[in-house]
Ligand binder design. Sequence first.
Ligand SMILES: [Zn+2]
Length: 243
Amino acid sequence: VTCLWGKSARRAAQIGVLALAALAWPGGASAGAGAHTPLYPAGMACGKISSPFGDLRDLDGSRRKAPHTGIDLGNHGDVVIAPARGTLVAIWAVHHPWGRDWNLLMRHTTQDLNLPTRPVVYYSEFDHLQRKDIPPFEPGQTLAQGTPIGIVRHPANAPRFRAEVHLEVYEIPLQDLSDTTWHNDHGFRYWWNDAAKLIDPLTMMGHHMTQGQGKGVAPAMFQPGKTRPDFPGFVYPLACGET
Ligand SMILES: [Zn+2]
């Protein structure tokens, strides 16, 4: 298994159900086809999405037990950035049977995202980071869009796994946010909120596009000093630079 999504089997099953409930599932086919096809700029200087949201096929060609709960992206050494302004919620170590890595969780309000005001917040969780690559952030700290938050590494720093960062995005009604709880299942730490709705991270990267503009989502690449302060939604969560 090479998609090291990293959640416990129990949570995988729960999330699989959530994912199925949240999407019109296209008959077991990859959800990467259709509305959420990524359209990349020419000469992009960083890794693409290696496994889309909802994908049932793993990177090694094997079939996943549950639809992919996020996207895997990047090449080894790519810089992971905050895709939008937000608040740092937590950085924590996760012990898997195959090794240890670190996760980082951010919270974004609709104001942070320059989206129409709604009583929801978004959680973005980045998995398979390494502690030494994460700056010394404090929980509650505001991170600006484009802030480096880690580096794409091999999960658990084990070269037998393809390098990737796994990103999950959840929408949570503001009124339910205080129900978020943290758990530790034999060293596997995770947060849980019954009201959290899993969404395709690529959806968050399409808010800057006008309706009818092409058939896919063209993520905007973050460029220091060039991204508008009112940019809506997420930029691509890697610092791609220019080629
Ligand atoms: Zn993944």
